[in-house]
Design a protein around this ligand. Structure first.
Ligand SMILES: [Zn+2]
Length: 195
């Protein structure tokens, strides 16, 4: 599993030299003991998640853990903050296997990159989601090219599901409808068919 860490560090990320390593932080409502337990759980049982988190932090992003679950598995804000729900990290949910959690982290990092690379006038919720989904797919393709197709399988599966079942006015759904018309999507799905 060290391999994925090296790959993530070398392939995915763009601004390592300028960034200072982001902190792992504890949200209000998460005890110090629970914080330690969650970190130990991730490091021991979710090595891909752990390596992805490390690579994202090495790009200057602070990662805050919260026991809040209503917000969903993850949420990015600004240019250096991601919040992750400990519920999704620790509960062994059938719909959120480790490979999907990796995609969640990459998606949220995509939002951070979009905020870093654009100014406010270039952003809207659909463009934000499009960039984040596309970023996670590109990163998953690189992992698949280097012998781990698990994250790519998860992102393709879940994009297809959201395309079918997402609320039509939800920016995620609108972005997905655009994304599946792109060459990137064709590449992603063909890679899996070739497996
Ligand atoms: Zn998003």
């Amino acid at each position: 599993m060290k391999l994925i860490g090296l790959l993530l560090a070398s392939l995915l990320f763009v601004s390592i030299c300028s960034a200072k390593v982001g902190k792992l932080q504890r949200a209000n409502g998460l005890s110090k003991d629970d914080f330690s337990t969650v970190l130990e759980h991730c490091e021991a049982n979710l090595p891909k998640v752990w390596d992805t988190l490390t690579s994202i932090r090495e790009n200057g992003v602070n990662v805050r853990l919260t026991p809040e679950r209503k917000m969903g598995p993850g949420k990015a804000s600004g240019t250096d903050q991601i919040v992750i729900s400990t519920f999704f990290l620790t509960k062994d949910l059938p719909k959120f296997p480790e490979d999907r959690l990796v995609i969640v982290l990459l998606h949220e990092f995509g939002h951070i990159l979009f905020n870093r690379e654009t100014d406010r006038s270039q952003r809207n919720p659909v463009k934000h989601e499009f960039f984040a989904f596309a970023y996670s797919i590109k990163a998953a393709i690189k992992l698949a090219e280097n012998s781990d197709s698990g994250p790519l399988q998860e992102v393709v599966k879940n994009v297809k599901i959201r395309n079918e079942t997402g609320k039509p006015k939800d920016p995620h759904t609108i972005a997905i409808k655009e994304l599946i018309k792109t060459p990137l999507w064709t590449t992603a799905t063909e890679m899996l068919e070739g497996n």
